[in-house]
Design a protein around this ligand. Structure first.
Ligand code: C5P
Length: 296
């Protein structure tokens, strides 16, 4: 029986760059990440006897952007190989099918979410029982700074270079997100390299969290995405996306996610977010709804 895992979009409600590690140039971050119900889907099936080994097929509305890519370089397949190595599986076999609904290289963790979903799916398919254990989180951390947060797929405070996770303060029960991307890819290393200016201090968040979306938006307004100016310098349409999101009825806050170019609008609830999407240019990738709720 194939197993199926969602790879939901990661949205950084704020992202402060605290400094840079001398040893590898990675940036130390403080971020509050949530996951939207917009998601890629990763399906893993036992490989047919004639097709031994690990295989990856791509489909879905956003798969065309990966058409020229060597599947061996895809992070989902690299995750599968890393997991097999860690589990001591000498001849791993699985047929993976990745249905891309999220734009690639867009600051919402798409590739990292796909890798995390591959780890969750193969943990089940291969019967490892490593879900929610440090062992699986360690494999995730070696694949990329964002992969552990995507493996958690629930609201988290990200520290370290993104791989140190702490629970997020309680979020409002009703919360909506609009996501918009101008269909221009941004390479994460280029955005970090273009960042200028002083480093930020960590954010101070209320431990009791927020009961209302408006209260969350008020606190977030005092914080930033420190990569936003660099992303706008490299990709000026990001500023247009932010302006269009700010003009949506009900928008409480608009900000870029991750290293861009996807931006989000925080909305009072999922219905308001879904209703507002049609007002954005149809040439953009756009989505509106609520937060991802993991099964189980
Ligand atoms: O870990 P990942 O492969 O996702 O990171 C991609 C690139 O983004 C890194 O090579 C680095 O240039 C940059 N990065 C960074 N600091 C982070 C995360 C990523 O400088 N905390």
């Amino acid at each position: 029986m194939p197993v199926r895992e969602a790879a939901p979009a990661k949205v950084n409600l704020f992202l402060h760059v605290l400094g840079r590690r001398a040893e590898d140039g990675y940036h130390r971050l403080d971020s509050l990440a949530v996951f939207a119900a917009a998601a890629d889907t990763l399906e893993a099936a036992p490989a047919a006897p004639d097709g031994a080994g690990l295989r990856l097929a791509l489909d879905g509305p956003e798969a065309a952007a990966l058409a020229g890519e060597d599947p061996e370089r895809n992070l989902a397949l690299r995750a599968a190989r890393a997991l097999a190595r860690e589990a001591g599986i000498a001849a791993p076999a699985a047929a993976l099918r990745l249905t891309k609904a999220l734009p690639v290289a867009s600051g919402i963790g798409g590739g990292s979410a796909d890798a995390a979903a591959a780890l969750r799916a193969l943990d089940r398919l291969w019967g490892l029982g490593w879900a929610r254990t440090p062992r699986l989180a360690a494999v995730a951390a070696r694949l990329g700074a964002d992969v552990p947060a995507c493996l958690a797929a629930r609201p988290v405070r990200m520290g370290g270079i993104g791989e140190v996770l702490a629970p997020a303060p309680p979020l409002p029960a009703r919360l909506g997100l609009v996501l918009a991307n101008p269909r221009l890819p941004l390479a994460t290393p280029a955005v970090f390299a273009a960042r200028t200016g002083a480093f930020s201090a960590p954010a101070v968040l209320p431990e009791t969290g927020w009961r209302e979306a408006a209260a969350l938006a008020r606190d977030l307004a005092a914080l930033r995405n420190d990569l936003e100016p660099a992303a706008i310098a490299l990709c000026p349409p990001v500023a247009e996306v932010l302006a269009a999101l700010r003009a949506l009825p009900g928008c409480l806050l608009a900000r870029m996610s991750g290293s861009g170019a996807t931006c989000f609008a925080l909305m009072p609830d999922a219905a308001a977010a879904a209703a507002a999407v049609a007002r954005l240019p149809s040439a953009w990738w756009r989505w509106g709804g609520g937060l991802y709720a993991a099964a189980g």
